[in-house]
Design a protein around this ligand. Structure first.
Ligand code: GUN
Length: 291
């Protein structure tokens, strides 16, 4: 079993990006974060993104909006950032409050600044295998982990658990594309899937992104499976000072011994999401300069 060290892989990408940013002339890339409300996970994710940007030499700006912000105020903020030539990337941290439509909001961001890869044009480009578009950061990070760990996908059966817009759907598209890593046979499972274990047991590569703690148990995988665990679930743990610990969607202790490769939680996919956001921001900056 090979433990995939997402922290180490993310650090090597961050080092590559830092070197590239240091070569830029006076002007540096800038990413703007919009965070709505005080969801503790969102607070911690945005803070991590700000810190990583700073390490690389990417500028960041943080805009905090109240949980009850109305659509007009939110869209005015997005429009201001769309029109600001100093801002290269815009990220609106999800989940959004229930009264705000996510698709409409993500589509308000200019496609050229959509470093999250969430708007309809960029998702369409992913579908059409137009590599000029932005790919969402978590699925892009999954691809990078698979590639840099030497996991084969060509002709393999990749099973994706979860069909979210942010992870499951784009991850499935990436695995089936005519490029590397890709060219896999892909099955997407979700809450209506019948006899899920009979499908997960066929997986050569299992991507678990359903957001349920320890959902994938040892009897649900075959020997030699490569496992990418996207889940970041908080479970109560009175032994921890903060009162909880983070676990993935996969029961690590039971699944790891059967796996060829497996990502830990934390320290697997999580750091890659942040690294991919930085890569997308640098790309947006470079594209803005030439046009
Ligand atoms: N919430 C969880 N993951 C993400 C992400 O990649 N981008 C944004 N904007 N929100 C998220």
């Amino acid at each position: 079993m090979k433990l995939i060290d997402g922290n180490a892989i993310a650090e090597s990408i961050i080092a590559e990006l830092t070197a590239e940013v240091s070569q830029l002339s006076v002007k540096k890339p800038v990413v703007a974060f919009i965070r709505i409300g005080e969801d503790p996970a969102s607070v911690s994710y945005v803070r991590k993104k700000e810190k990583t940007a700073e390490r690389i030499g990417i500028g960041s700006r943080l805009y905090l909006l109240a949980e009850d912000v109305n659509k007009e105020e939110l869209f005015a903020q997005i429009d201001a950032l769309n029109n600001d030539p100093d801002v290269n990337g815009i990220l609106i941290q999800a989940p959004l409050p229930k009264h705000i439509d996510e698709t409409e909001t993500f589509n308000r961001v200019l496609p050229s600044k959509d470093v999250d890869g969430f708007n309809t044009l960029n998702i369409g480009k992913l579908c059409q295998e137009d590599h000029q578009g932005f790919v969402a950061c978590t699925p892009a990070g999954i691809v990078e982990l698979i590639e840099r760990s030497g996991i084969e996908t060509v002709g393999k059966h990749v099973v994706v658990l979860g069909r979210s817009q942010i992870v499951g759907k784009p991850a499935a598209l990436l695995m089936m594309r005519k490029a590397l890593p890709g060219n896999a046979t892909v099955t997407v499972c979700h809450s209506h899937t019948k006899d899920l274990p009979s499908i997960t047991r066929q997986a050569d590569v299992l991507i678990a992104a359903i957001g349920r703690a320890n959902f994938v148990t040892g009897d649900m995988v075959k020997e030699g499976v490569a496992v990418i665990d996207v889940g970041i679930n908080r479970v109560e743990d009175s032994a921890k000072k903060r009162g909880y610990r983070l676990v993935g969607d996969v029961e690590f202790e039971a699944v790891a011994p059967k796996s060829s490769h497996i990502t830990p939680v934390p320290g697997g996919v999580g750091p890659m999401t942040v690294a991919m956001l930085m890569r997308n921001t640098l790309r947006a900056f470079k594209a803005a300069k030439v046009t």
